[in-house]
Every structure is written in C-alpha cells, then in structure tokens.
Design a binder for this molecule. Structure first.
Ligand code: ADP
Ligand code: MG
Length: 399
C-alpha cells in the first residue's frame, strides 16, 4: 500500500483523532447485538495507546437524519469499548461531537486515555462535508487516523474534510483492507476467478466491467444470472429479471468472449412456485423453467461446474450470493461456494469476499475464519472493486 499508516508517526505525547466505524447494530433496548466492528478497531487503538498517544474517537451510528436522536447515541459503544479495552483506565464520552465541551474533554486527555465523541451524523454538517465542521474536528487532535474503511467511500467531514487540516494516515483495519483488495487487483495472481452474484446486474455492472479485463474466468450466479440467461433466449417464468439490462448482459457476454474470459452461467436451478421458504420446489435445467415458477438458487450441476472452474485458482474474489440464501431451501448454492473458497484458501489461494450479504452468508455458514480476507466495508469494498478512488483513502498521506 502506498499510504502512510500509524506506524509512520511518532506518537509520543500526541493526540490521535481516529475515525472508527462503531456503526453497530442495537436492539430496541439499546444493547449492542454484534460488536464485531468495535473489536475490529482494537489493534489500532491499542497501538496508539502503547506508543504514548491519547486517543479521540469519532464515528457515526445509524441514520439520525442530521439531528440528535437519543437512541443513536454512542454511549453503549463507549461502554463496550471499555470492556474490550481494560488497559485504558477509562473511556470518556462527550454528548457533543465538536465545540468547546469536546475541546475541553480532548485537551484534558493524558497519554493512554481514550475519549469517544458523540455520533458525527447528529451534526447536519457531517454528511455535507462542511469545512467548518472539519476545522472544528481538527482542533480535537494532532494527527488524523482513518480506520473506518466502511465509510471511506463517503466524503464526509469526519472521513475526508478533517484530513485537509491535519496530517492523515491509515489505521490497521484500513491498511488490511487496502492491502488485500488493492493488492489483489494491482498484481492479481493467475488464475484469477471472480464470482459475482446477488440480486441485480445493475448493482454490479461497475465491478464486472473493472474486473473483466483482469480475470481468467467470470462466474455469474444469483438473481442477476437470470438476465444473462434471458439474453440467451431462455424463458424463465416468474424469475427476477431486469429487462432494461438485457443489452448490457449481451454486451458483457461479447466483451468476455473478446477478452478470452471464460464466462460461466448456471445450467440448472432450484425453482419454486412462490417467493417463500415453504413454497413447492424442484431442480430443473435452465431451459425448463415452467410458467409461474421462479429461480431462487443455482442447482447441483451448476455447483459442480463452478467448483471445477474454481479448482486451481490462485486468486478468487467473490461478491454476491448465488441464491436467496436468507431462506434455508435456497441457501445451498451460496453455502457450497463459501465452502469451495474456504477449501481453496487452505491450499494456498487468496480468497476475498466483499459485500454485505455475501459476508453475512459466509458468516452464517461458519466459514469466515477460513477465508483469506473478509471485507468489512460493503459499499466501500464494492467501489474499490469498481476501480474507484475512495475519498477517505485519497486524502491519506502518500508513503
Ligand atoms: P452483496 O450485499 O453481497 O453485495 P447483493 O446485495 O447484491 O449482495 O445481493 C444479495 C441479495 O440477492 C440477497 O438478498 C439475495 O436474496 C438476493 N438474490 C440472490 N439470488 C436471487 C434470486 N435468484 N432471485 C432473487 N433474489 C436473489
Ligand atoms: Mg447487499
């Protein structure tokens, strides 16, 4: 990675202003139901504390729509952080994000101490990337650390604006994400196979177009495979299709063939007579989907075909489930691919999974720790795979 990280700074006596992603799910009583994101920030915070810094943290939580929403305060996150980080003698928490009270709290910090500011999105200026808010934030630290990869595709005051006023470097989570995703794309090991699925072709067009010239094989599954099948003339009953993307599907098929990229589409499917877990279901070839039925997963023959295409791959990037995995009867295709990636990773291949639902599916299958890299940023990882420059990364100091 060509960006400076927290290793490039002498932290002794400095105050680090760290953008983290504490956007954790809360139940209706305000209890954190999954603290993965808080845990993911610990290596960076620990490193800063161990190297003599004090730490001011900022994050958004939920979508408070530019005003204070009591249920979206970061108090529970501060409490959980303290449980996870007992070596900080205390995790202070302000009820404001910027201004005199935040400045006083930040200035009172001694090396080894941690302060969490209030939800950045309570301030209407955050999402507008308002330069005044950025300046107010910058008063709270000596060096800006961006460790919120999942928010790096947004140019907000706390992710981008603030970096115009302070030296800015990457935290460890940010570094790991960039190393994995950008590293893979800059120097892809061959054979390089990409698996794209999910609901809609229109969501993934940027990813497909960016990866197509780099891959040896492109595997398509999920609802978006339907539009490719339709483009080839198959009748698909009530399956989800995007008729407005038919030309796009055709042009991608042509591009793949011109670039000598093997494009794999499902040959059979699990179909159901309703969009429901207890609908009637059967496995059919893709040329035999009856009227009134819909494709909800790839079939066993397709799973085998995809397994074979992944054999020997040195780099695999996967985004988008193979079927409606949220319903048990249609989860098999997605789970089988997750297993293939887990096995491939154990035989020396680099396997990367990105995308909110894909990551959820891998976690549901209990295979997350067997994948080389699970990207924590849904939208941000997609934009990186699209070849875009993320504003929260662009502003970091170059090496
Ligand atoms: P990610 O979040 O990993 O980028 P997407 O959001 O693009 O993935 O797609 C995930 C969604 O696609 C899931 O909700 C899944 O149910 C849906 N999906 C997958 N296959 C089908 C299908 N055959 N028909 C309808 N929806 C599908
Ligand atoms: Mg999704």
């Amino acid at each position: 990675m060509n960006k400076q990280t927290i290793r490039d700074i002498d932290w002794s006596g400095k105050r680090a202003l760290v953008r983290v992603d504490f956007n954790v799910p809360l139940d209706k009583d305000g209890n954190i139901t999954d603290d993965t994101r808080i845990r993911a920030s610990l290596p960076t915070i620990r490193y800063l504390l161990e190297n003599g810094a004090s730490v001011v943290l900022m994050s958004h939580l939920g979508r408070p729509k530019k005003k204070v929403v009591e249920s979206m305060r970061l108090r529970p996150a501060a409490e959980r952080l303290f449980e996870l980080l007992p070596e900080a003698q205390e995790v202070k928490k302000t009820e404001v994000t910027t201004g005199p009270a935040a400045e006083a709290a930040a200035e009172s910090l001694k090396p080894g101490q941690v302060l969490l500011l209030e939800n950045t999105r309570f301030d209407p200026r955050e999402e507008a990337n308002d330069p005044e808010m950025a300046q107010e934030l910058a008063k709270l630290g000596d060096v800006f650390v961006n460790d919120a990869f999942g928010s790096a595709h947004r140019a907000h005051a706390s992710t981008e604006g603030v970096a115009h006023h302070l030296p800015a470097v990457a935290g460890f989570l940010m570094e790991a994400e960039l190393n994995a995703l950008m590293g893979a794309l800059e120097h892809p090991q061959q054979p390089f196979v990409t698996i794209i699925g999910g609901a809609k072709i229109s969501d993934k067009i940027g990813v497909i177009e960016n990866l197509l010239p780099k891959v040896n094989a492109l595997i398509i599954g999920g609802g978006m495979a339907n539009t490719f099948l339709l483009a080839q003339g198959y009748a698909l009953g009530d399956s989800l299709v995007e008729t407005e993307s038919l030309d796009l599907a055709r042009s991608l098929i042509e591009k793949a063939s011109a670039a000598n990229v093997k494009l794999l589409l499902p040959t059979d499917a699990v179909i159901a007579d309703a969009f429901s877990a207890d609908a009637q279901q059967q496995v059919v070839a893709v040329d035999s989907v009856p009227d009134g039925w819909r494709i909800l997963d790839i079939g066993p023959e397709t799973i085998k075909l995809y397994q074979e295409a992944l054999e020997g791959a040195k780099l695999v990037i996967w985004n988008g489930p193979m079927g409606v995995f949220e319903m048990e009867p249609f989860a098999k295709g997605t789970r089988s691919i997750a297993q293939v990636l887990a096995d491939a990773a154990s035989t020396n291949a680099m396997t990367i999974v990105g995308g909110g639902d894909s990551v959820a599916a891998v976690e549901q299958a209990g295979l997350a720790d067997k994948i080389s890299h699970i990207s924590t940023g849904g939208g941000a990882s997609l934009e990186l795979l699209e070849g875009k420059v993320l504003p929260g990364v662009a502003i970091l100091r170059d090496k």
